[in-house]
Design a protein around this ligand. Sequence first.
Ligand code: ZN
Length: 320
Amino acid sequence: MRAGLDLGGTKIQAVVTARGARVAGQARRNTPTRGGPEALVGELAGTVRDALAAAGADAGDLESIGIGAPGSIDVATGSGLQVANVEVLDGPYPLAPALADALGVPVALGNDVNVAVEAERRFGAGRGFRSFLGVFWGTGVGGGLVVDGRLLVGRGSAGEIGHTCAKAGGRRCSCGLRGCVEAYAGRAALETRARREARKRKTVLFDLMRKRGRSQLTSGVWLRALDARDEVAHDLLREAVEALGIGIGSAVTLLDVDAVIVGGGLGERLGPTWLRRIEKAAARHTFFDVAPVYRLAELGDLGGAIGASLLAVPKRASGA
Ligand SMILES: [Zn+2]
């Protein structure tokens, strides 16, 4: 058995897998917002223990543990260099060795989007394609590339489709650049713009948010607003699709991949109808007529954690 952890800004998802992608147990906890890296390691270990209990197993049954974390990672040492959105990690920290010490199991660390793409390649919508672009449309817009059967890592950051340019001199992105795909399509950027629009136009977005007891515009809130024919939601998402189309269409022109696989909270909740819209928007920015196949990701919420469980532990990082 192996365990995989998907570390996000708000939650930690753990799975215990047997023989590849079969999930034997899973658990979820909140990402701590105080207590420093030690508190985080404690919660990561606790989430693994919860998932083990759900699987009827214990740490002694684990061959390895993988962590998928957002941001830049030093795979060789298992250190997070610049982990995005996780408040308690504000500098480099040897996350993998610390968790290995806590649980007595070897731990590997990888980039969250890369591990999710690897999971789709082996067990999800990417099966059977030699080359594909994975696009994870959620709070941000993450991406990963499989080229000729292998995940393209580059110098560590390949596949950042969300930070390719959709509009020169356009909106400021959270990364500091202007006009990024994510500045138009990421859920965080969409929410900022929806708040601004709400001062000028009627929208049900924030009523739906409160009614559902949320403090943010979740993917489910966007979906309900679309169903209610909310104009602001429609306009902003149409613009998001246009930006995604420019980024994806340009990437397809450059790489001529067999498939484009769209996942992430928004990608999955909006489903096939909006996937077709992304495909059409991308076709307007693709040089050749033979388009790749467009598919929705198949592994859903657990894809990141399943992918993390597949990480191989580098020799130097295996503290246990
Ligand atoms: Zn950006």
